[in-house]
Ligand binder design. Structure first.
Ligand SMILES: Nc1ncnc2c1ncn2[C@@H]1O[C@H](COP(=O)(O)OP(=O)(O)OP(=O)(O)O)[C@@H](O)[C@H]1O
Ligand SMILES: [Mg+2]
Length: 255
């Protein structure tokens, strides 16, 4: 059987707020296989971002084990961990986080420059292909302030994929977009998931995204409330049921 690309085993995360301990993640375990398109759903404050940050190797668990491609980034040196992050994981943020002085092409190219990669012809072709796949061929030289929110998020999605990562992590990627624009972004992510087999993990409150997920892990108060639609032998799952059960467990409605 193929190795899980992400594995959380009994993970806890605590923050100190003054003298009070805030338990943001409270014994979470799940595994994600390569190529899955998974949504982490849950109300505000339930622990979604905290979980994604640990999966993205940008934060450490207080206890338990977080494995990405079978590796625990805490066992690596700073340099090794940063190389591992750069080559394994792409990030998409709610606020796009583009560099204002760089245009579309340069923003997408930027992670390669940071990683010290030589930008040869094949790399340029790869970037141009990504720009085409996210529908920005006519906006290559535009800086972010000349792009709409949806176009900025398209740039961010292309940037997340430029290093051929195993995993793309997207924390509420459509929260700043209207329904139709958000829906287009999710369609692009689904297409890229199918095209490249990249594993996507997306946190959201949005019913639109939940409806389109193949797997929904619902989080409440830092715990897994339900994990529905796990990619396995159940290929003929009814996705409406996945959505309804998850919505029910997260909001208490739609039951
Ligand atoms: N740096 C921090 N210090 C203290 N408490 C924190 C910190 N970061 C998160 N928390 C707390 O941990 C809990 C989980 O927060 P988290 O941001 O993971 O939730 P979330 O599900 O992403 O919420 P939202 O949907 O609003 O983004 C919350 O109670 C939050 O207040
Ligand atoms: Mg959050």
């Amino acid at each position: 059987m193929e190795q899980n690309v992400i594995e959380l085993n009994d993970v806890f995360k605590e923050y100190m707020l003054g003298k009070t301990v805030v338990r943001a993640v409270n014994g979470v375990s799940f595994a994600i296989a390569p190529g899955e398109f998974t949504v982490i759903a849950g109300p505000s404050g339930s622990g979604k971002t905290t979980i994604l940050n640990m999966v993205g190797c940008i934060d450490d668990a207080t206890s338990g084990e977080v494995l990405v491609k079978g590796k625990n980034h805490r066992m690596m040196s700073d340099n090794e961990a940063s190389f591992f992050r750069n080559s394994t994981i792409g990030y998409v943020f709610q606020n796009f986080n583009l560099i204002p002085v760089l245009n579309t092409y340069e923003n997408i190219e930027y992670p390669l420059r940071i990683g010290g990669k030589r930008i040869d012809k094949s790399v340029k072709i790869k970037i141009m292909n990504l720009i085409e796949e996210v529908g920005l061929t006519d906006f290559i030289k535009h800086r972010p302030d000349k792009l709409s929110g949806g176009q900025r998020q398209r740039v961010a999605v292309a940037r997340a994929l430029v290093n051929n990562p195993d995993i793309v992590i997207a924390d509420e990627p459509t929260a700043n977009l209207d329904y139709n624009t958000g829906s287009e972004i999710i369609s692009i992510m689904q297409r890229l998931n199918e095209l490249y087999g990249t594993t996507f993990v997306i946190s959201t409150h949005s019913e639109m995204i939940m409806k389109r997920a193949r797997r929904i892990i619902s989080i409440i108060d830092g715990k897994v409330q339900s994990d529905i639609g796990e990619c396995d032998e159940n290929k003929n799952q009814n996705y409406d049921n996945i959505f309804n059960e998850s919505l029910c467990s997260v909001t208490g409605t739609g039951c």
